[in-house]
Design a protein around this ligand. Structure first.
Ligand code: HEC
Length: 132
């Protein structure tokens, strides 16, 4: 192998190492919530107004009444819950939907025991005013 080729390989190896280092670094707090939302919620929920999927749109959900959309077939449990979504109710819902609203239909969803991750998701929901 020529010397310059070896140098190229060495430089490439260093670059790969650097990429690994930067992608392995912990995300900033704002990104943490977004990441957790993407991993745990986005398969069923969009943040765009009126964009109901398997789950209803979560556009500006903080401060909203539960089961607010007339275009989505909520469970009877959620429709009759009388819940308003604030930081506390969202936290309880994400932790264990059934304990806040019996007979809801947010399934299959396993709940989330990690309080810090729950908080990051609720913060993210609160801050994503533009629906993104
Ligand atoms: C498997 C699909 C699924 C996943 C994953 C999921 N949801 Fe849901 N979600 C639903 C469904 C279905 C409903 C409607 C529940 C009902 O009518 O009882 C719902 C309802 C909700 C509501 C009530 C909305 C309203 O208009 O009152 C909130 C808030 C919510 N989900 C937040 C979340 C968050 C945050 C996550 C991630 C931590 C999440 N969901 C994960 C399917 C899902």
């Amino acid at each position: 192998m020529s010397r310059s080729r070896r140098t190229v390989i060495a430089i490439a190896a260093v670059c790969i190492g650097l990429v690994r280092l930067t992608t392995g670094m912990p995300a900033a707090p704002a990104d943490k919530g977004k990441l957790a939302f993407n991993n745990l919620c986005r398969t069923c929920h969009s943040l765009k107004e009126g964009d109901n999927r398997l789950g209803p749109s979560l556009y500006r959900i903080v401060g909203a009444k539960a089961a607010r959309s007339s275009d989505y077939a909520y469970s009877q449990g959620l429709r009759q819950s009388g819940v308003t979504w604030d930081v506390a109710t969202l936290d309880r819902w994400i932790e264990n939907p059934e304990s806040l609203v019996p007979n809801n239909s947010m399934k299959p969803y396993n709940g989330l025991t990690d309080a810090a991750v729950r908080k990051s998701i609720v913060d993210f929901l609160q801050n994503s005013r533009d629906g993104s």
